[in-house]
Design a protein around this ligand. Structure first.
Ligand code: GTP
Ligand code: SPV
Ligand code: MN
Length: 592
C-alpha cells in the first residue's frame, strides 16, 4: 500500500522482533472492518450483541488485571532524566528498548500484526499528526477505526515523509510484571507491551495526542491538553467555545454533551459538542486561541451514563459502538451501574463471573456487574449535538478555559482567576480525588496540574513555563476559570445537582468574559455575587448555596501550604511567575 522506505524498514524491524505469522494493512474499508469483527467473534476475543437492540455493536472484556491505565508502568524515555521531570517515571532509552524487546520478542508468533495508518486531527490541517500503530489486537484495530482518521488515505497523505509517530503495541502475555508503556519523544516512538486496556494501547490517544504531542507543542509553540471542547449558543444565536480540563472520570464527556434544563432551553440556550477528552490549541492570526479535537470518537465511562444524566451519550452509543468491561447478559444485552432501566436478573460481570442483582462481597459491599472504569467507544458523528465545526481544520476560537477537579471540600462551584498568570497558577495547583480510571488509592486527593499529571510528556516545570510564555503571546487571551461540581455536605451527598445544571455556571463564565455578570472579589478569584448565577428552579437551601460559594480562609491557608510542598519537587526549574503568584496569593489572604 506504500513505497515509503522509512515506514517499510521500520515495519520490517518490528516484524523481525515480534515474528507475527502475517501482516495485514488496515485500509479503513467497511468490508475489512466487518471481516475483522467476524474473526474476533470466531476466536472469542469479541462478542456480538443482540443486533436488533444494539445494531453494529460489539462487546469485549479485557483481562481482570488490565482494566485501567497503569501509571506506574508508564515511562518517558528521554536521554536526560531531567527532561522527564519529577512527576514522570523515567527510563534511559537504551534500557527501555532492551527491556521491552525481551517482552516483544517472538510474542506475535501464531498471530497477525496489523498496520494501522492514522491521523490525529483531520488530514491536511496544520494541527494534524500522522501515526502508524502496529498491533496484534483486533480490538485495538476496531477501536482505532472509531477513534481516529485511519486507513489508506492517511498513507497517501504521508507519502514518502518520515514525519510520523512509530507506535508498536503487543498484547504479549498480558502479564502485569511484563507490561510497559514507553514514550520516546526524541524518536517520535511509542512502545506498549503486555496490556490490552484502552489508554495503554490506543496509541493515538493519551500516548500520542497528549504525551508526545505535549513534547512537540513545547518545541513548536502550541498546547496539547486533556480538555473537552464545547460551544454554548445563547438566545441571540451567538456561540462561545470553551475548553475544560478535568482529570480522568471527572466529567469531561458529560459536560461536553450537556443538555440544558428546560429553564435554559426555553430561553434558547443550546450546547454543541466538539470534543470530550483532548484539545490541541494554537494561537490564531487574529490573536485568539483556536482549539481542535484530534479524535473522531468518544472513549467514555459507562457507569453513571443514563437518560437523565447524559441522554446525548445514550443516543450516541445506540449503534456501531464497542462496549468494554460492562455487564453482558446471556441474550446479548449490556448493562452498567446507574445506567438505564432495572438490572437484568442475571449476567456475566466484567470479570467473567456470573452476576445477579444484590450480590455482595465478604464485607457486605455490593459487587458491581460493570467495572467502574468500563467504557464505550463510539463515533463522534453519532452524537446528536455534534458541532458542525467539530472537524474544522482550523479548530474553534476559545472564549474561556476552565480547570476543575473532584473536591468534596474547599473549591467553590465556580470562580474566575485574575489574569492569565493567575489562571496558570490555578491550573498548576489543581487537585482531585483519584478515580477508577487509574490504578491507585481511590478517593485520595492528589495534585493533578491541568489534569495532565499522567499525560505531560516532559518536565512539568517546563510545561508551566511554556503556559506562562504562551500567554504573553496571546493578544486576546481567554478568561481562565475553575469549577467544582463535586462538593459534598456532612452526609456525604453532592450539594450541586451537576450534569445539565452545570450550564448555569457556564453561562456565568461566558457572561463574565463579556463583562455582563457581577462578581465578588475574594483572595482566590472572582466568585459570583448573590443573584448573578441563575439558580431559578433549583431546590437548594440557603445553607447549601452558601456552602457552594464559600471561601474558607483557614482551609485555603492549608491548601496554600500544600501548593508550596507540591512545587518544591521542581526545585530551581519552577518558573518565577508561579513563585510570584504564590506570594501574591498569600498576601491577598493576609490582607483579607
Ligand atoms: P475520562 O474519559 O476518564 O477522561 O473521564 P471524563 O472526564 O470524561 O468523565 P465523565 O464525563 O465520563 O464522568 C465520569 C463520572 O463522573 C461519571 O460517573 C459521571 O456520572 C460523573 N459525573 C460527570 N459529571 C458530573 C456532575 O456534574 N456531577 C456529578 N455528581 N457527577 C458527575
Ligand atoms: C482517561 O483515563 O483520562 C481516559 C481513558 O480518557 S484512557 O483512554 O484509558 O486514558
Ligand atoms: Mn481522559
Amino acid at each position: 500500500m506504500t513505497s515509503n522506505r522509512t515506514l517499510l524498514q521500520w515495519i520490517a524491524e518490528a516484524q523481525e522482533l515480534c515474528q507475527p505469522d502475517r501482516i495485514v494493512w488496515i485500509d479503513g474499508s467497511r468490508e475489512q472492518q466487518r471481516q475483522l469483527e467476524e474473526e474476533g467473534f470466531s476466536t472469542g476475543e469479541l462478542s456480538r450483541l443482540d443486533q436488533s437492540k444494539w445494531p453494529g455493536c460489539i462487546y469485549h472484556r479485557t483481562a481482570v488485571n488490565d482494566v485501567a491505565r497503569t501509571e506506574d508502568l508508564t515511562y518517558i524515555c528521554t536521554s536526560k532524566k531531567e527532561d522527564a521531570g519529577p512527576t514522570n517515571n523515567w527510563m534511559a532509552p537504551a534500557d527501555a528498548y532492551r527491556r521491552a524487546s525481551e517482552y516483544f520478542r517472538g510474542s506475535m508468533k501464531g498471530r497477525t500484526m496489523y498496520v494501522i495508518p492514522f491521523s490525529m486531527g483531520p488530514p491536511g490541517s496544520p494541527f494534524s499528526k500522522i501515526g502508524i500503530e502496529l498491533t496484534d489486537s483486533i480490538y485495538v484495530v476496531l477501536n482505532m477505526l472509531i477513534m481516529t482518521h485511519s486507513g489508506k488515505e492517511i498513507l497517501e497523505e504521508l507519502g514518502d515523509s518520515d514525519d510520523f509517530t512509530r507506535g508498536l503495541h503487543g498484547k504479549a502475555d498480558r502479564d502485569p510484571s511484563r507490561r510497559l508503556i514507553l514514550h520516546f519523544p526524541e524518536d517520535n516512538t511509542i512502545w506498549s507491551v503486555g496490556s490490552g486496556y484502552g489508554g495503554n494501547v490506543l496509541l493515538g490517544k493519551k500516548c500520542l495526542a497528549l504525551r508526545l504531542a505535549s513534547w512537540f507543542a513545547h518545541k513548536e509553540g502550541w498546547l496539547a491538553e486533556h480538555m473537552l471542547i464545547m460551544g454554548i449558543e445563547d438566545p441571540r444565536g451567538r456561540i462561545d467555545y470553551i475548553a475544560a480540563a478535568f482529570p480522568s472520570a471527572c466529567g469531561k464527556t458529560n459536560l461536553a454533551m450537556l443538555i440544558p434544563p428546560e429553564h435554559f432551553r426555553s430561553q434558547g440556550y443550546r450546547v454543541w459538542t466538539v470534543g470530550d477528552d483532548i484539545a490541541w490549541i494554537r494561537l490564531g492570526e487574529d490573536g485568539r486561541l483556536w482549539a481542535l479535537n484530534p479524535e473522531t470518537g468518544f472513549f467514555g465511562v459507562a457507569p453513571g451514563t443514563n437518560s437523565r444524566s447524559n441522554p446525548n451519550a445514550l443516543a450516541t452509543i445506540r449503534r456501531n459502538t464497542i462496549f468494554t468491561n460492562v455487564l453482558l447478559t446471556e441474550d446479548g444485552d449490556v448493562w452498567w451501574e446507574d445506567g438505564e432501566g432495572e438490572p437484568p436478573a442475571s449476567g456475566i460481570a466484567w470479570d467473567g463471573r456470573p452476576w445477579r442483582p444484590g450480590l455482595t462481597d465478604a464485607s457486605g459491599k455490593p459487587i458491581p456487574g460493570a467495572n467502574p472504569n468500563s467504557r464505550f467507544t463510539a463515533p463522534v458523528v453519532q452524537c446528536p449535538t455534534i458541532s458542525p465545526e467539530w472537524d474544522n481544520p482550523r479548530g474553534v476560537p476559545l472564549s474561556a478555559i476552565i480547570f476543575g477537579g473532584r473536591r468534596s471540600r474547599l473549591a467553590p462551584l465556580v470562580y474566575e482567576t485574575f489574569s492569565w498568570q493567575h489562571g496558570v497558577y490555578t491550573g498548576a495547583t489543581m487537585a482531585s480525588e483519584i478515580t477508577a480510571a487509574q490504578y491507585g488509592d481511590q478517593g485520595a486527593v492528589r495534585r493533578d496540574p491541568m489534569a495532565m499529571l499522567p499525560f505531560c510528556g516532559y518536565n512539568m516545570a517546563d510545561y508551566f513555563a511554556h503556559w506562562l510564555d504562551f500567554g504573553k503571546k496571546i493578544a486576546k487571551p481567554p478568561g481562565i476559570f475553575h469549577v467544582n461540581w463535586f462538593k459534598k455536605d456532612e452526609a456525604g451527598r453532592f450539594i450541586w445537582p451537576g450534569f445539565g445544571e452545570n450550564i448555569r455556571a457556564l453561562n456565568w463564565i461566558i457572561q463574565r468574559t463579556r463583562g455582563e455578570a457581577g462578581a465578588k472579589r475574594t483572595p482566590i478569584g472572582f466568585v459570583p455575587s448573590t443573584g448573578e448565577l441563575d439558580l431559578t428552579g433549583l431546590d437548594l437551601s440557603e445553607k447549601a448555596v452558601a456552602e457552594l460559594f464559600a471561601v474558607d480562609p483557614q482551609d485555603w491557608q492549608e491548601e496554600l501550604d500544600d501548593h508550596k510542598r507540591f512545587f518544591e519537587q521542581f526545585g530551581e526549574r519552577l518558573p518565577q511567575g508561579l513563585r510570584d503568584e504564590h506570594q501574591a496569593f498569600r498576601e491577598r489572604f493576609a490582607r483579607s
